[in-house]
Design a protein around this ligand. Structure first.
Ligand SMILES: Nc1ncnc2c1ncn2[C@@H]1O[C@H](COP(=O)(O)OP(=O)(O)OP(=O)(O)O)[C@@H](O)[C@H]1O
Length: 801
């Protein structure tokens, strides 16, 4: 084995069941002859948890270097997830990365793993065959009175359609069922009895996956594949529990220029449609991860997660936002030419690390009827046991009397001297032995009786608990219904407001602006209303621009919409000017030179020294802080945790938090002069006289010594300028064969992404903390839709009259 990595990192699980998604990165060896990019894995005390790419550092749960084996990846990233499935949890393993970066290799292994599973070398097996082996091995050691039902399903999301890879069924429908959740209608479930069954189902399914030769990968997957194994355990007493394992091999993000380098691909409409769909669904996944990572970070946490923007995100809803222990392995290409894509992948990974899922064990599921049946059974068992005990006691009493009579008769014959004393003593010993055995049996029956009584008590208690739970659920339902009614009346009120301030196009209607009917009204409008109006007009213009098929107008409209969203955010949130680099130190200084790699050590927990423990603790604190900033959209540049650790050599551990907060402070915004405003302590020159202050603090507060370089993500640029294909397709939807609903869902994805991720722009207003863009976002879309419907209706009415 190339590299036996240190033991798997312990997943932190909070008492409330919230658990972080495990996020791992795997580097793919550089392609022959290509130049390696600026990438280095930081390794300390046998732990590989940080990767440095250009001047950025990303801390994840583990970084697998190029020489990491399939076994290393499995044991660190997946083994405990599969164990959890056997204990009744849901688990998900996802591979995410640029096209050709090794997702399929990580999930399945090289091609022969599927084409010749039994004949290939098990060392080449990827996560899926290993997980399957572990599952069946676990079942072989399960309690004897349990029986299991193991099934699998395999679907592909191709061009935002759901196809069943185990049956010849295309375009399956997703349905939300009350009490059951999301299900794929008509999907085939196949029974499997061992790893060979699973692998042959997979191999069969894979022949139906759409794979094409692209310049970045000779066998590139053109859709996302989700293979699921369901394990249902049934006990002799009628209990049931179910765990499932989702194995997700995503298609890779595409850069059109690089992907179409294969001759003919750029003119192939099928390949273009695939690439567009892959990118749109992965953007939707990025938006979902962003809003999930922001959850709980501020009081005004966004409630809306845009799950519905793509089939892929709907299918992953349970894994990323629900009840599942999830792991994402991001795969990275390390060639210099691919660094930009790898950075995007790592940004996604960093955000995913801030996401928490709520993990619940699937308990033995017993209905009140089943419980009552068990109570009946136990009661009759108890009666039988009681009868047995009574019978035994009676038998024992009789035997005791009998024995006593015999012993006394033997005693008296011995006294008379007529019998052989030794033979008599032997008889006495045998009788006493029998007596003891009988007593033992009686005790055993009593223990049995005790167990039955205890079990009966437990059943009664469970039955009572279920009754209470039922009552609680009913009252919660009543409460939710009341809440819903209130929400509905609020929506009606808003619709009314919007109707009152109806917008009309500007005089010529072509400059992409809208104005309100009746200028005087605006004077009476609140800031909030004006903001809503601006967004509404921007959205209406987006729709109009789409209908006009004028690409220039559409580009203007998108820029206008994102500007409007940014303005709205600027009024209500922490903001930073686009491309405004906040610096306390000298940004001209080149990034820290790469360190010579440290000799790897494999360490056991008990062998960890105090110094190592301190380092790990510091690393965790600093990572948490970076994650916190990342999930708010800020990227920390030129700061590496190892350097901070050295800087903190004289900082007592009890003050590490303060130190890290000073080194990585929270940007609040920019004032009118362009000066950064910070939450908490501002950087300032500290007078030499202030000697009471500890040296580290004086040093850190000095802006010249401070290392901070924080930047906000410039997502707007990547959304608007990068996917040129998508822009073109907006402009020529008919030519691209896009249906109307499809177009609007693409647009919705963009709008949602802009709302969530757009680079905030500073407009001089003092920042406020009350931020509720997302929920407002929902209201905007709803309002736009209902207004349009109303217009249609009134147009219809005009015609009729
Ligand atoms: N860690 C690795 N070690 C050796 N070879 C690898 C590794 N990762 C990937 N490869 C090889 O690189 C090629 C591309 O990998 P793979 O098909 O897994 O990429 P992918 O990310 O699934 O691409 P796509 O998104 O286009 O489907 C394959 O030939 C694969 O065997």
């Amino acid at each position: 084995m190339a590299e036996r990595q240190a033991e798997a990192p312990k997943k932190k699980k909070k008492a409330d069941g919230r658990e972080s998604i495990g996020v791992f990165a795997r580097l793919k060896p550089v392609t022959d002859g290509a130049e390696r990019g600026e990438v280095s894995v930081r390794e300390r005390f046998g732990k590989c948890k940080a990767v440095q790419m250009r001047n950025l550092e990303f801390s994840l749960d583990w970084i697998f270097k190029e020489n990491a084996s399939q076994e290393d990846v499995y044991s660190i990233a997946a083994h405990d997830r599969v164990t959890a499935v056997l204990a009744g949890f849901n688990a998900t393993l996802i591979a995410y990365g640029q096209t050709g970066s090794g997702k399929t290799h990580t999930m399945f292994g090289p091609e022969e793993v599927l084409s010749n599973f039994e004949g290939c070398d098990p060392a080449a097996w990827g996560l899926v065959p290993r997980a399957t082996e572990q599952l069946f091995e676990g079942l072989r050691h399960a309690p004897e009175d349990s029986t299991f039902l193991v099934q699998c399903s395999y679907v592909e999301v191709y061009n935002d359609r759901l196809n069943d890879l185990l049956a010849d069924k295309a375009n399956l429908i997703l349905r939300e069922k009350p009490g059951v959740g999301l299900s794929v209608e008509g999907m085939r479930f196949e029974m499997v009895g061992d790893s060979n069954d699973v692998m042959s189902a997979l191999a069969r399914g894979n022949t139906k996956r759409v794979v094409a030769a692209m310049s970045m990968n000779a066998r590139s997957s053109r859709g996302h594949a989700i293979f699921t194994i369901y394990v249902k355990e049934m006990t002799a007493l009628g209990g049931e529990r179910q765990g499932k394992l989702n194995l997700v091999d995503l298609a890779g993000m595409e850069s059109s220029k690089k992907s179409y380098a294969v001759e003919g691909a750029s003119n192939n409409p099928m390949r273009r449609e695939e690439a567009k769909n892959i990118n749109v669904s992965l953007y939707a996944l990025g938006s979902v991860i962003s809003s999930l990572s922001m959850k709980g970070k501020s009081k005004s946490e966004p409630e809306h997660v845009p799950w519905r923007n793509a089939k892929l995100t709907r299918l992953l809803q349970d894994s990323l936002g629900g009840n599942s222990k999830s792991t994402i392995v991001v795969t990275l290409r390390t060639e210099a030419a691919n660094i930009e894509e790898s950075l995007q992948t790592l940004r996604f990974a960093q955000r995913a690390k801030a996401v928490k899922t709520i993990v619940k064990e699937s308990l033995m599921n017993q209905s009140p009827a089943q419980l009552l049946k068990q109570i009946d059974e136990l009661q009759s068992q108890l009666e039988v046991t009681q009868m047995l005990v009574r019978q035994l006691r009676h038998e024992l009493d009789e035997r005791n009397a009998d024995d006593e009579a015999r012993v006394s008769s033997i005693d008296s014959s011995a006294a008379e001297g007529g019998t052989d004393a030794a033979a008599l003593a032997e008889e006495v010993r045998l009788w006493k032995k029998k007596h003891r055995a009988l007593l033992g049996r009686s005790i055993l029956h009593r223990i049995l009786k005790g167990q039955s009584v205890a079990a009966l008590e437990k059943m009664r208690e469970e039955s009572e608990n279920q009754r209470i739970q039922l009552e609680e659920s009913e009252s919660l339902l009543r409460f939710r219904e009341r809440e819903n009614r209130e929400l509905l009346s609020r929506v009606e009120m808003l619709e009314h407001l919007i109707h009152e301030h109806q917008l009309v196009p500007s005089a010529d209607g072509s400059d992409g602006t809208l104005q309100r009917r009746g200028g005087r009204q605006s004077e009476m409008m609140s800031d909030e209303q004006l903001t809503e109006e601006t967004i509404l007009s921007a959205e209406a213009e987006l729709q109009a621009a789409m209908a006009s098929k004028d690409p220039e107008r559409l580009k203007r409209a998108i820029a206008n919409a994102s500007e409007a969203v940014a303005r709205a955010r600027a009024k209500n949130s922490h903001v930073l000017k686009k491309a405004n680099i906040i610096k306390g130190g000298d940004t001209a200084t080149p990034s820290t030179p790469l360190r010579a790699s440290i000799v790897k050590q494999v360490v056991r927990e008990e062998e960890v020294t105090d110094e190592e423990k301190r380092y790990i603790e510091f690393h965790d604190l600093a990572t948490q802080r970076k994650l916190n900033l990342a999930s708010r959209g800020f990227e920390v540049q030129n700061i590496f945790i190892d350097d901070l650790y050295e800087e903190a050599a004289d900082v007592p551990p009890s003050e590490w938090n303060e130190f890290i907060l000073l080194q990585l402070p929270s940007p609040r915004g920019v004032d009118a002069d362009g000066t950064i405003m910070w939450e908490g302590t501002e950087p300032k020159e500290v007078e030499e006289e202030e000697t009471k202050m500890s040296p580290w603090k004086r040093r850190t507060l000095n802006p010249a010594k401070r290392k901070t370089t924080v930047m906000n993500y410039n997502v707007r640029e990547s959304l608007i300028d990068k996917p040129d294909d998508i822009m073109e397709e907006y402009a020529n939807p008919e030519e691209q064969g896009l249906s109307k609903p499809k177009r609007s869902s693409v647009l919705d994805a963009h709008i949602a992404s802009l709302r969530l991720l757009d680079a905030p722009v500073e407009y001089g207003d003092s920042p406020r903390t009350n931020r509720s863009d997302a929920s407002r976002g929902q209201r905007y879309s709803q309002a736009v839709r209902s207004r349009m419907e109303e217009r249609q209706r009134s147009k219809g009415a005009d015609h009729e009259s």
